[in-house]
Design a protein. Structure first.
Ligand SMILES: [Zn+2]
Length: 684
């Protein structure tokens, strides 16, 4: 190792350029560490002192603001290629090991410098990588730099985690909470914000689904607060009011902070192959901090857990755990039915009858196989409804009262919320008015703009007031007189509430859900067994006759078919229809029998046709008899009409004749006898 730095610099080095590599890893550092940047530029003076002219010194600073871990640092790549091509006599950098933050890059640069006989300069001195000792020192510097970075990070992160474990790390709190002067988490002193958050929880308690909660808010036109960061020199957070959406309901329900629980470390970051970061959720047991009762909350921890359980139930696809919230369709037991064969949840399918009536079926659809069992829902719903009405007498008052109370409470709550919105609008309008009044009237521009602001706020106030009055009138109207008396009767009469066609299916289902835990259905032949389990554990078993299938329902009475079979021996289908109608019999579909219906039934039940029956008895067609007697067909017809031949009708057109040629007479003798009989004068 040569002792003096000047000894290392030779003419060969001075003939080439000197490169000054400047880098700050983040934009924040670029802005705040001007000192360090200045030190980096000072290095060029050292190069000049060593003999390079200032035109030879090339500054590479295109990597400013890029982290050492970023893979594509153009400046550094440019530096490496210049060194590799032997253009560089000297590479300068502040704490040179930081030239390349990860060790692999650093060692590669050292090797290339050694091969191309390039010197390296930092604040401590000048190095010649071609020499073993210098290279060892530089390598050590790189390793130390890497270790230092690691230690720094670990210390920083460890301190953070310890603070978080004690619950003292101040992380952003969700809307509804703020920090007080001592950095303790307290409920937002803005009562409107508090009540909106409370309303989300109470609505979810009532409706049972996140979507339902969001819909209810939109229907009632209630806004919820949200934080919006304001960008600017004094960045702060302002509360804006907006419509509630499902994601916000979910975020609110799933956030343990609302139950007064301090938590930290819900997610972790991974490095990926591209050098970027991926955010991943942790399981609750892996969170760094979980401190119950850390501060005041909006709900209890039990309610928080219950909410998560309900959300999980709602989210599971058709499967074992699903107990879905009541939806609009009329199926009373929707979401409560279990299959009696395989134990799975049964889903509801609706179909529309001819008359527009919507009837439900409970279907057990195992995905891998075809349907396990399908059970017609109407009869079951009715039977369960009757069961509830029958059982509910002692519970009536309680349930109905809670329904009524809830209704009123809901209207009141909604009204209060809207009132707050009006108050806020009024407050803001007042504020603008005062601002306007304070301004010097001669300052016209300012006065005009403030006046415009004030007018805008007044407009908003008018809209808010109008909306408030309109909704209040609506709520009052809907609860007044008629409905209130109705509710009163409902309180005293659960069965009337139940059977009232005005009661929406959804409400009826909610009432059923207050009482029924689940129902197990099983169909065996023509019998359906329904085990109804009530909340609290009581059970009832209903046995119902399965409704007939369409084929069974439209089956004609077997006695009618027997009678038809008997009558066909000596009557036409038209005559049979007349006989049935005279006796007051009806076919399964339609009011009375017609020859066509008789014919359809005869074919359907495979009865022998009348013509077949007559042929079997040996009767002859007109043409056959005419051939046998050697007369014309007209003659046969005339003889038949005269009553000389025995005629049996099949229909108006088709008839058969009994053979008159009985032994010992020959056909000729018979023909002559008939001819004589026909020519005799008729006896009147
Ligand atoms: Zn099943």
């Amino acid at each position: 190792m040569k002792g003096n730095s000047h000894d290392k610099v030779t003419v060969r080095h001075l003939a080439r350029n000197a490169y000054l590599y400047i880098r700050q890893s983040t934009l924040h550092q670029v802005a705040n560490h001007a000192e360090s940047t200045r030190r980096q530029y000072d290095l060029r003076l050292r190069a000049v002192a060593l003999g390079w002219s200032s035109e030879q010194i090339i500054v590479v600073d295109s990597d400013q603001g890029q982290s050492g871990s970023t893979a594509d640092r153009i400046g550094f790549q440019k530096l490496v290629s210049e060194v590799g091509m032997g253009h560089a006599g000297l590479v300068m950098g502040l704490e040179v090991s930081r030239l390349a933050r990860n060790s692999a890059d650093w060692h590669r640069l050292l090797e290339i410098c050694a091969l191309s006989d390039t010197l390296i300069l930092d604040e401590d001195g000048i190095y010649e990588p071609a020499h073993f000792n210098d290279r060892l020192l530089l390598g050590l510097k790189g390793t130390m730099s890497e270790a230092e970075l690691h230690m720094m990070r670990a210390r920083l992160h460890g301190g953070l985690l310890n603070k978080a474990r004690r619950g003292e790390l101040n992380i952003p709190v969700p809307i509804g909470f703020v920090y007080d002067e001592q950095y303790r988490t307290i409920l937002d002193p803005d009562i409107q914000v508090q009540e909106a958050i409370r309303l989300i929880f109470s609505t979810f308690r009532r409706v049972g689904s996140a979507l339902g909660t969001a819909k209810s808010f939109r229907k009632e036109k209630i806004l919820v607060p949200s934080r919006r960061p304001v960008r600017g020199p004094h960045s702060k957070v302002s509360v804006i009011w907006k419509d509630l959406d499902v994601s916000m309901v979910l975020r609110t329900l799933q956030n343990p902070r609302y139950a007064g629980i301090y938590c930290y470390g819900k997610t972790r970051q991974h490095r990926n192959a591209e050098g970027g970061y991926v955010c991943q959720k942790r399981e609750v047991q892996d969170w760094h901090a979980w401190i119950p009762d850390a501060h005041e909350g909006y709900i209890s921890q039990e309610e928080y857990e219950e909410n998560l359980r309900r959300l999980a139930e709602n989210a599971q696809a058709i499967g074992a755990g699903r107990r879905s919230p009541p939806r609009e369709g009329p199926a009373l037991l929707q979401g409560l039915v279990l299959c009696g064969r395989c134990g799975r949840r049964m889903r509801v399918s609706y179909h529309t009858r001819l008359k527009g009536e919507i009837v439900p079926s409970y279907v057990c659809a195992r995905k891998e196989e075809s349907s396990c069992q399908t059970i017609h829902g109407k009869a079951i719903d009715e039977a369960v409804g009757e069961l509830l009405v029958e059982l509910m007498t002692p519970m009536t008052v309680e349930v109905s009262l809670s329904v009524q109370q809830e209704l009123e409470q809901r209207f009141e709550q909604a009204e209060q919320m809207r009132k707050k919105q009006v108050d806020r609008a009024r407050y803001e309008a007042d504020l603008d008015r005062q601002r306007f009044l304070r301004v010097d009237p001669n300052n016209r521009l300012v006065a005009a703009s403030l006046e415009a602001d004030w007018n805008e706020k007044l407009k908003l106030l008018a809209v808010a007031e109008e909306e408030f009055e309109r909704r209040r009138a609506e709520d009052r109207k809907s609860l007044d007189a008629e409905q209130k008396s109705k509710i009163r009767t409902l309180v005293s009469d659960f069965s009337r509430l139940w059977n009232d066609p005005q009661t929406p299916a959804r409400e009826r289902k909610r009432m059923a859900r207050l009482l029924i835990e689940d129902a197990t259905l099983r169909r065996e032949g023509h019998e359906i067994t329904a085990h109804v389990r009530f909340k609290g554990g009581a059970t009832r078993t209903l046995i119902l006759a399965a409704p007939l299938t369409a084929a069974e329902r439209f089956k004609t009475d077997p006695e009618i078919i027997q009678e038809m079979d008997r009558l066909l021996d000596c009557h036409t289908e038209k005559e049979i229809a007349d006989v049935f109608n005279e006796r007051g019999l009806c076919p399964s579909r339609g009011q009375s029998f017609t020859p066509a219906i008789v014919s359809i039934l005869r074919i359907g039940y495979k009865l022998k046709s009348r013509s077949r029956r007559l042929r079997d008895r040996g009767l002859l067609k007109g043409s056959e008899l005419a051939n046998k007697l050697r007369v014309g067909r007209g003659t046969i017809k005339r003889w038949g009409r005269r009553g000389l031949l025995q005629v049996h009708y099949c229909s108006d057109k088709l008839c058969f004749y009994e053979d008159p040629c009985l032994a010992p007479a020959t056909p000729e003798e018979v023909r002559d006898r008939l001819r004589t009989a026909y020519n005799q004068p008729r006896t009147q």
